[in-house]
Structures are given as C-alpha cells and as structure tokens.
Design a protein around this ligand. Sequence first.
Ligand code: GAF
Length: 390
Amino acid sequence: MTPDAAARALFAEMSDSPAAGEWSAPGRVNLIGEHTDYNDGFVLPFAIDHRTHAVAGTNGSADIRVESTFADARVVVHLDDLDRMFPTTGQLAVPEWAAYPLGVAWALRRATDAPQIGVDIAIASDVPVGAGLSSSAAIEGAVASALNDVWGLGLDSVALARIGRRAENEAVGAPTGIMDQMASMLGRADAAIFLDCRSLHTEVIDLGFAAAGLEVVVIDTGTAHAHATGGYRDRRDACERGAAALGVAALRDLSAPDLARAERAMDATTFRRVRHVVTENQRVLDTVQTLRAQGPAAIGPLLDASHASMRDDFEISTPELDTAVAAARAAGAIGARMTGGGFGGAAIALTPHDRVDEVALAAASTFDEAGYAPPHVFTVTPSGGSRRDA
Ligand code: GAF
C-alpha cells in the first residue's frame, strides 16, 4: 500500500469524522554542508521523492490523537497536558515516534494562539528511518502543515520549519540545526536549497542531474544513528568551544586564513572539528558556484573532499560509510560522501546513469566481503517540499 493510502486507511479506522485534508512532507538528502547548520553556516540539501503523509481532522474533543504505521499503539494526549509533557531532557513520556507529532503540536501552541481544538492525525511514511534522510523532519513538516491548516494559523514555510526544529530540540531532545526542516518545507523539483543558516535566506539552485545523465544513488548502510545522544551533541559542543576560544559568535565567522590562529588557540581535536566546519562552509559555496558555472558533473571532487573531512577531521564517518563511498567511487561514481549527521546512516554517490547498477553491485559485494549486513541501495530524485495534497 502506498503511504498516502496507508495514512487514509489509518485515519478511517481511528476517526468517526471525515478528514479535513491530507498533507505530506519529504525526507532530504544533504548534497553538501554537514554540521554547518548549527554553526550559522551554509548547507545545500534537496528534498527527496520519499514522503511522510499525514491525514488529519478535528475530533470534537480537546485531545490530540496520533497513530502511525511506525507503531501499533495510538497515543492520546489532552492539549493542556502537552505543556506539562515538554520540553523533555531525555526521558520521554510518550513513545519516541510520537514525540515528533506531539512536539510539533506543543511548539505550535507555544508560538501561536492555537485554538483548543482536538485533532486526529494518522501518519504513514516511505522515508527510511535511521538512514540519515531526515525521516524526523518529514514527520514534523507534514504534521506542522496539517495543524497549521486545521487550526487556521496561517504560518509560512519558514515559520513551520522553525516549529519543527523546536519540536526536535525541545520535545525530542535532539540538539539539531534547522537544515532538515527547511529542506523538507521548501524543497523544489530538480533543485537544491542553498540555505544561509544565520539569516535563513534561501536560494533555489538548479541541479539538472537528469539532463546531465546523472543520478544520486543512496547507499543505506543499515546502521542506525540517533542524534539525541552521543556523538552529535559532542561535535556540537566542540564547535561551540572552538568558537568561544576564538571570540566569534559562531564558526561561520571564520574562514581559511583564520585556521592558523585557530590551531594555536585550542587542543588538536577541537581544532580538527573547527577545520571541518570552516572548510565545509567553503565547499558549500564552491559547490553552488560550480553548479552554476559548470553544471553537476563538475562537483564530484567537492563531494569527495567533504567525505574526507568528515572522516578525518570531524570523525563522524563509520567503516560501513567509508566502504560504501570507496566502493561507489571505484565503480564509477563521480563523487561520493556520507550524508546527514553521521555515526551511521547513508552515503550518497553522484553516478552516471549507466553506472548505477555497477555502484549497487559494488556496494553489495564489498559489504559482503567485509562481513557487513547487505546495504539498501536506491536512487532519489530532487523533489518538492511540504504541501497539502487534498
Ligand atoms: C542532522 C541534523 F538534524 C541537522 O540539523 C544537521 O546538523 C545534520 O545532522 C548534519 O549536517 O541531520
């Protein structure tokens, strides 16, 4: 069953009233610009053709009721109890998946004069979970768009992206930046979103992959990541330490000539974290310029350099991700890198159309030789952002 049909079927089971509408929001691939968003820097993600669907309608009570194909249980919370439930600092009062939609409802109530109107929300998705393709931002975008309309709030896409990030940061407890929510809200077909994470200014950058005979192959290693704990938070802390040591508001305020000074001002590990962010910001700018001047076939070396920086300086890659990237390059990809927060998840490989099968086979065989579980390999297409479907 398609996820939109699954969401409709789930809604019909859970609600006696007709749905008010159907909304959907996509996952994303980050083409380049990793761990730069919370450093006020630049990112270049695109929305993908895998979406989370939310069917929603009022239920005549003051309860939010959410159900999804992620789990069997329906979660019911009185609107007033949302305020007592969040923010959380780790110990969730609801199953983890439910903290995303309920966190969005909570954040909308905190930011607006949302009416005291209970809503039923049925959620289904074909965005792979734990692959670094932002299944969480897809839930947030679909639910934020749904509640925005059902409650008549009139917020724009950027405001809804901020709501999604607040839900993720304060309800789920994951200290992420705003890239994923912006990509999911604002994505455009055949284009990436060039986002300045300080001003939230965006530009749509044509990708032209199909016209150039290129495809983006995703190699999902099947090793899950979680951003609420562990390495992600540690890297974020290191970036803040680095910025403080240099007296700047954020690492965005540094560029390559500052690196010699940075090296003297901090320990070697913190310096390598800083160097990744400073060089990655520049690679985003270079990628945008290269796409405009030469087209997508010329960005491969920037993708490769980004991966090397994440592997060696930021140390967020894994043996599985490095294997996927190396296999894809050896099989004819013109550039490859891990995408997303790291510590697991997926790599992307920009690949000539006639090499896609070789890349998939190479990934499968090198994983087998290394004793890893088989990767999940598929292509994605840059697609539109959050929308009302019905
Ligand atoms: C995750 C986070 F959610 C983003 O905000 C971003 O920091 C990314 O990791 C790394 O670039 O997807």
